[in-house]
Ligand binder design. Structure first.
Ligand code: CTP
Ligand code: CA
Length: 235
């Protein structure tokens, strides 16, 4: 990780990072959600700020105690995918970089009732779901600002249809983001205590970066690739 002598290679840059996991209400007290803590997105926001950027952190359901207290990081708390989309697009309109590190709920209940859902002897009603907008794919297609670097995250496992990188490559091409950070999850690679491992792909699926170690190390490896992109596009 970069230490006290951080390179200021993001000085004057504006970066938006989404973190955490979105929740979709079923009724006033229940939701569909996921277990994302927001730690990787927070590490990215902090690393970007240390490298000189002005950062907006769109934090979806992140525990208060994890939120960074840094003069260059503005935190916006959101709950649903619709709220996250609005926050990211509003802050992203003037941003040099947008990183979608949040785990976005793929689906939402079509209806959220105003009253608590009650159980009855007839058993539960099925929950009808609608697909959420793909915030990252939209950002990649719309380009809120010319030259903006749009970055996604993907946690993948290998399966019979392909290994982690094959899945990552397919997702990179499908999303159209400039960079996709692919994490291998759910495997014991036998290297002891390596908590995170990331491969950075470009939109064609070519490997443009690699990092491993703490979430801060992974954040810096990804920001290295981002900074290189910015240098290449703003000359
Ligand atoms: N993402 C997004 N909006 C969505 C879903 C995902 O912006 N509705 C973003 C995530 O923040 C992440 C990237 O897309 O940066 C990849 O998310 P992932 O869930 O791996 O991709 P999906 O396209 O949802 O594919 P899958 O079917 O594997 O979940
Ligand atoms: Ca998904």
């Amino acid at each position: 990780a970069h230490g006290w002598n951080d390179v200021q290679d993001l000085a004057g840059r504006t970066v938006v990072v989404s973190a955490g996991g979105t929740r979709e209400p079923l009724d006033p007290v229940r939701f569909l959600g996921n277990r994302s803590s927001g730690r990787q997105g927070i590490a990215l926001a902090v690393a970007a700020a240390r490298r000189g950027a002005t950062v907006t952190l769109a934090a979806a359901n992140v525990d208060e105690s994890l939120l960074p207290d840094h003069p260059a990081i503005a935190v916006e708390r959101v709950e649903t995918t619709a709220e996250l989309r609005s926050a990211v697009r509003a802050a992203g309109a003037g941003a040099d970089v947008i990183v979608m590190a949040a785990a976005v709920a793929d689906f939402r209940p079509v209806a959220s009732t105003a009253h608590k859902i009650k159980k009855s002897d007839a058993g539960p009603e099925p929950i009808e779901l609608a697909q959420n907008p793909d915030i990252l794919a939209e950002l990649a297609a719309d380009r809120l600002r010319p030259g903006q670097v749009v970055v996604g995250f993907a946690a993948e496992t290998g399966d019979e249809t392909g290994d982690v990188l094959a899945h990552g490559r397919a997702k990179a091409r499908r999303k159209g983001a400039d960079l996709l950070a692919v994490n291998e999850v759910g495997t014991d690679r036998g290297f002891g205590d390596v908590p995170n491992e990331v491969t950075v792909l470009d939109a064609d699926g070519a490997v443009v970066g690699q990092g491993s170690g703490s979430k801060a190390d992974v954040a810096d490896a990804l920001l290295d690739a981002v900074a290189e992109r910015l240098r290449a596009t703003t000359t």
